[in-house]
Design a protein around this ligand. Structure first.
Ligand SMILES: CC(C)(COP(=O)(O)OP(=O)(O)OC[C@H]1O[C@@H](n2cnc3c(N)ncnc32)[C@H](O)[C@@H]1OP(=O)(O)O)[C@@H](O)C(=O)NCCC(=O)NCCS
Length: 151
């Protein structure tokens, strides 16, 4: 699978829209290093992958998963982007920009009115580069901890 973002990919790299059984441990490696994903378990991650509307993986020439991003969506009003992660050894090479570009230009998401995501303030410049805007309305994210271990 490929879209606009793949045009600038380094040689031998390509996007996939499913994470194979053998790539799931590599996704767990990406998840293990980030504060909001490090507690995730492989059993629940498999359920998440089965039920995520749009999954994107970036694969290197050796077949390893080196970046990941995903979106949940109604395909018309909103798509919420989650888990944008590039392997630490491959950061600063433009791959984060490419995977977000690929998600924003994904054919399945072409009719979506608005993409939404949550990020820490220091990530704002990264997303503003794509055209994301910080909502100036006084809105707070509220959450209901349906399961005690939820994050
Ligand atoms: C954020 C992340 C995905 C960026 O991936 P990356 O491959 O290193 O980013 P790129 O090389 O494509 O950088 C693109 C641009 O964003 C900038 N940028 C990268 N990381 C940034 C950060 N943490 N804060 C602000 N700007 C950042 C780069 O300087 C670059 O700017 P330039 O085009 O002017 O040179 C990566 O650092 C990562 O996986 N971080 C840990 C997980 C995370 O925090 N994800 C975001 C959750 S909201």
């Amino acid at each position: 699978m490929s879209g606009d973002g793949s045009k600038r990919l380094p040689e031998g790299h390509y996007f996939v829209d499913t994470i194979t059984e053998s790539q799931i441990p590599e996704l767990m490696v990406l998840y293990a290093k980030e504060f909001w994903t490090h507690q995730r378990t492989i059993d629940k991650v498999k359920i998440m992958l089965q039920n995520t509307d749009v999954v994107l993986g970036l694969i290197d020439p050796e077949g390893h998963l080196i970046a990941f991003a995903r979106a949940l969506t109604d395909y018309i009003y909103r798509a919420t982007i989650y888990d944008v992660i590039v392997h630490p050894s491959r950061r600063g090479q433009g791959l984060g920009k490419m995977i977000v570009d690929e998600l924003l230009s994904h054919p399945k998401l072409k009719d979506v009115e608005q993409f939404v995501l949550f990020c820490l303030p220091d990530m704002m410049p990264f997303y503003e580069d794509f055209g994301f805007q910080h909502s100036t309305k006084l809105q707070l994210m509220m959450y209901y901890p349906n399961k005690p271990e939820s994050n």
